[in-house]
Design a protein around this ligand. Structure first.
Ligand SMILES: Cc1cc2nc3c(=O)[nH]c(=O)nc-3n(C[C@H](O)[C@H](O)[C@H](O)COP(=O)(O)O)c2cc1C
Length: 384
């Protein structure tokens, strides 16, 4: 009998994902000048011990001004390498692969942490605002400061930022990189007609709006070794009239695949709207973005990662079985239950589900599994 696909390894280039469960990138806003802190180690330790197959470390600025908030991680300085190396080593110690999401926040940079309102920083505030850049001088929201439309020198700085950040990710021993092309940040604003009004080669039709995205991908791929995978996170649809459609993203995914991208991580939204996290005004349904991953997978013949309110192990298995995705990313569900992989293995009837956890836990849980935990059963025998 073959086991669930969720627990079947996946080989991408020279990297083995021991199972299909991936920690979705999640900003922690706890970095100091871009550097990893104890918080990050504790945060990732929970997932590494819980048995995930891989992790994508949070959105990490390729330049200092490319960070979303002053608390975001960076790879814009060599001083950031040791922290990233420690996280990569932590996952490796427990047999999981570890990647980092590299990006530039564009016109959504220079903002406050979510719990401080996520609005633009004030110029004279304790964490002062900085200038933002974007393809066109259109603000993210009407009441936000307008970004500066990028000029030749800005393009060059962003290109260099991605190249250097990729080099540093490699020096840190990471297994893969994910290019952040979603959620209204810089690369997404180039691709979306809602935010790109350029009249030069980097705007206009689909080809023009893809140009900078593909240039950056080419740079990352040229620095990143051929035996390690590159992921690309896309907002597969803008969900707004006149925005990106699934067909546009399929065209982009084909072009990305031709440039050496191995997995398209299919999210949505963020260009004018917020990212579709449940709890905001309109509540998305479980697995609401899964059809996007399926559409891209079939349309571009490329591996995909599905994400967004995937909470139930049977739901995750059904997504893989239906060929909608190759990997399953979980964010908040893993925050709620870092042992989700273990519980999923139990729910899906994996033989030796305890073995999903590292031996110092598995050893005791196997023994515990042999006794009844039902308080209505007769008292346990005293240990002699
Ligand atoms: C605290 C938090 C931080 C996030 N940070 C990022 C990020 O750095 N990069 C990104 O692409 N998405 C980010 N997201 C979105 C998640 O990766 C994921 O796509 C989203 O939460 C939906 O998945 P879920 O329903 O399993 O949480 C974040 C989400 C949360 C809750």
């Amino acid at each position: 009998m073959t086991g669930p696909i969720l627990f079947t390894p996946l080989d991408l280039r020279g990297v083995r994902f021991k199972n299909r469960i991936v920690v979705s990138p999640m900003c922690q806003y706890q970095a100091v000048e871009g550097a990893i802190q104890d918080w990050h180690m504790a945060h990732h330790g929970r997932f590494a011990l819980g048995g995930v197959g891989a992790c994508v470390i949070e959105a990490t600025g390729v330049t200092r001004d490319g960070r979303i908030t002053p608390g975001c991680t960076g790879l814009y300085d060599d001083a950031h390498i040791p922290g990233m190396r420690a996280i990569a080593a932590l996952y490796r110690r427990f047999g999981a692969a570890c990647g980092v999401q590299i990006g530039h926040a564009g016109r959504k940079a220079s903002t406050a942490r979510p719990w401080d309102g996520a609005g633009p920083l004030e110029p004279g505030g304790p964490e002062p605002a900085w200038e933002t850049i974007a393809p066109s001088a259109l603000p993210h929201r009407p009441d936000w400061p307008a970004p500066r439309a990028m000029e030749a020198a800005d393009f060059e700085r962003v290109r260099e930022g991605f190249a250097d950040a990729t080099r540093r990710a490699l020096a840190a021993g990471l297994d893969f990189v994910e290019i952040h092309g979603a959620h209204g940040y810089l690369l997404h604003t180039f691709f979306s007609p809602l935010s790109n009004r350029r009249e030069d080669a980097y705007g206009g039709d689909l080809e023009g709006r893809m140009r900078f995205v593909l240039e950056i991908t080419e740079i990352v791929r040229s620095v990143w070794p051929a035996d390690k995978p590159v992921f690309y996170r896309a907002s597969a649809v803008d969900g707004t009239e006149g925005g990106i459609t699934l067909d546009d993203t399929i065209a982009l995914a084909r072009a990305l695949k031709a440039k050496g991208v191995d997995v398209i991580d299919c999210s949505s939204g963020g260009i004018l709207t917020g990212v579709a996290l449940a709890g905001a005004g309109s509540k998305p349904a479980p697995g609401h973005q899964v059809p996007l991953a399926g559409g891209v997978r079939r349309g571009a013949d490329v591996a995909t990662m599905a994400v967004g309110l995937i909470v139930d192990p049977h739901q995750a298995e059904a997504i893989l079985e239906a060929g909608e995705a190759d990997l399953i990313a979980l964010g908040r569900e893993l925050m709620a239950d870092p042992n989700w992989p273990f519980h999923a293995a139990q729910a899906l009837g994996v033989e030796d589900a305890d073995g999903v956890l590292p031996e110092p836990y598995a050893f005791y849980l196997r023994r515990r599994g042999r006794v009844s935990l039902d308080p209505r059963d007769p008292p346990w025998p005293q240990r002699t």
